[in-house]
Design a protein around this ligand. Sequence first.
Ligand code: SAH
Length: 251
Amino acid sequence: MSGRIHVVGLGPGDDRHRTPAAEDALREARHLVGYGPYLARIALRDGQTAHASDNREELDRARRALRLAAEGETVALVSSGDAGVFAMAATLFEAIEVEGAADVEITVVPGVTAMIAAAARTGAPLGHDFCAISLSDNLKPWDTVLARVRAAAEADFVMALYNPISKARPWQLGKALETLRGLRAPDTPVIFATAVSRPDEDIAVTPLSDARPEMADMRTLVIVGSSETRCVPRGDDGVWVYTPRKAPVPA
Ligand code: SAH
């Protein structure tokens, strides 16, 4: 009997942002495979086994899920946010491309990705055209990252920057902000949304001229506004950030 893999996005943190479909998939699985801290967010049921792995072992993790499913098991392969956004769903298909088609039923269950959760906390910064870029140069050359940041700025997209900084990648965000300062107005709103929907959530909105890499850590999603993104008062000294739905007609 062939098994099943549910690739499940757990959402950004708060269980209430996890979809009922994701809960169903987690309930149905006998094996839960994923990065340790993500598995820790799931309450194990009787008969379920958790297979925790290190953050860097993504391909091994996908292979383990495929192996278990090939033995007839039902597996949940979990990611935070959405599993298709800089996460395990693509790694699973990469493993299948390398190893050949598996006789396994696969479903990908969507989740609330960090940029959607961060945008909701701050207003509607993604109200008009936007893109998402991972600043990590672990899986692509830094020149590619910077070329994409530059192109997105020139095309006037709002940008959601994932993986902005880590101990192993301390300087990349500073370089990206410096590049953006050359292409966008100093008062462009920049959002640093850290640990959104978790107990230690921290949100800061600052003009591009004041944006500093120290405002981010590896749990931060950075949103850089377009030329149209603006702030409106919130009524509590803070601001809402939004991007109007209508772009101006060029003169
Ligand atoms: N699959 C995930 C993204 C994984 S990449 C998703 O869809 O959200 C990891 C990056 O996601 C982090 O470096 C950070 O930029 C962002 N991220 C994940 N969870 C977050 C949260 N709760 N708050 C802010 N950013 C988060």
